[in-house]
Design a protein around this ligand. Structure first.
Ligand SMILES: NC(=O)c1ccc[n+]([C@@H]2O[C@H](COP(=O)([O-])OP(=O)(O)OC[C@H]3O[C@@H](n4cnc5c(N)ncnc54)[C@H](O)[C@@H]3O)[C@@H](O)[C@H]2O)c1
Length: 330
């Protein structure tokens, strides 16, 4: 593959790159990242000689076109996003710019280079939240995003769906649950708990901490993405005519939920981290709830498991690795 990875200096993208370069050393790898506050280019130091790194915006049509043509790109994997829900509640503009217009720009480049395959990383937050008694959401379910972040991700998915149907672009969309692991920006829940606990500071917990999330270790997520890249039947203008692109192609066939089935209440995750660090539960400090706070997400992952994927990292092991990494940086 000649692969363009966007957002590769962020949390998930950097893990994807570190693994990809090790596992597929013959591939040519270009990384495009705007280096926002969430990025850290040093994550890519171990592979810096094996990749071409370009600082830039996925919304820059001329730049993305130049990279695609100069490097004969055949695959784009898009991790680039504004990714923090709380920030989107304060100011949604950067979310709309990158998560919607940026994705549409990638689509425009792919329209002009229709043999490129596009793997777009989305989120389970597009489904909105569900009750404790609700069954897991499946890829055919309605999208009811709650936050500006989730709405921007849902909008991007719709643009990808429309581009598959209308232009026949080769695309797959993944919706994963909450990732955890090293490299995650300090603002996110698990890094916040670890950092505050290590410093002996109050650990902020929204409301009563009863909201549930399904945690996915970041390298398990990356393995699922690699599996899709390896096995997904591409929707190809070369092999099927546009008239053969069916509703199935846009309504599910190329959409993958990715979940480890590792659901925890936030309060229990925080307590677990305090216990591992030998810190008292008295550090837990309940704060006013996030506006529109989603109660629970739960998704099936039938399609990806049918491809043979299953998570490898148990929660305790993943948390221990994550804590070790942050411990070395606080
Ligand atoms: N972290 C999670 O738990 C999680 C869960 C579900 C889905 N996702 C999705 O996975 C993807 C990656 O998430 P993450 O946690 O690694 O995010 P992150 O915030 O850690 O990293 C995002 C990266 O994108 C880059 N970026 C932002 N705007 C850009 C732009 N306009 N052009 C080029 N680069 C830009 C940033 O510099 C950063 O390196 C996102 O699409 C996110 O919505 C993340």
């Amino acid at each position: 593959m000649n692969i363009l990875v966007t957002g590769g200096a962020g949390f998930i993208g950097s893990h994807f790159l570190l693994r990809h370069v090790q596992q597929q050393p013959a591939d040519s790898v270009v990384v495009l990242d705007a280096l926002t506050y969430a990025a850290d280019k040093t994550f890519l130091d171990p592979i810096k000689d094996a990749i071409t790194f370009v600082r830039g915006d996925i919304g820059d049509f001329a730049l993305v076109t130049k990279l695609v043509e100069e490097h004969a790109i055949d695959t784009i994997v898009n991790f680039a996003a504004e990714s923090h829900v709380d920030n989107s509640i304060v100011d949604s503009a950067p979310f709309l710019r990158t998560n919607i217009l940026g994705v549409q720009n990638l689509i425009e480049v792919i329209k002009a280079h229709p043999t490129i395959r596009f793997l777009h990383i989305s989120t389970d937050e597009v489904y909105g939240d569900i009750e404790d008694s609700d069954p897991p959401r499946t890829v055919g379910d309605a999208l009811w995003p709650s936050s500006p972040y989730a709405a921007s991700k849902a909008a991007a998915e719709m643009l990808v769906m429309a581009a598959i149907r209308t232009y026949g672009i080769h695309a797959a969309v993944t919706r994963c649950t909450n990732n955890y692991g090293p490299h995650q920006a300090a603002e996110k829940f698990i890094p916040t708990v670890i950092r505050h606990a290590l410093l002996g500071q109050p650990v902020p917990i929204y409301a009563e901490g009863k909201n549930k999330r399904d945690w996915l270790y970041v390298t398990d997520h990356c393995d699922a993405l690699e599996m899709i890249l390896k096995t997904q039947r591409p929707l190809s203008l070369d092999t099927i005519s546009r008239s053969e692109i069916t509703r199935d192609d846009t309504r599910g066939k190329n959409f993958f939920n990715i979940a480890a089935g590792n659901e925890w209440q936030n309060i229990d995750v925080a307590k677990k981290i305090l216990e591992i660090l030998g810190k008292p539960e008295s550090l837990l400090t309940f704060v006013a709830d996030r506006k529109g706070h989603d109660w629970r997400y739960c998704i099936d992952s039938v399609a990806i498991r049918t491809l043979g994927w299953k998570p490898q990292v148990a929660f305790d092991e993943g948390l221990a690795r994550t804590i070790d990494w942050y411990r070395s940086r606080v």
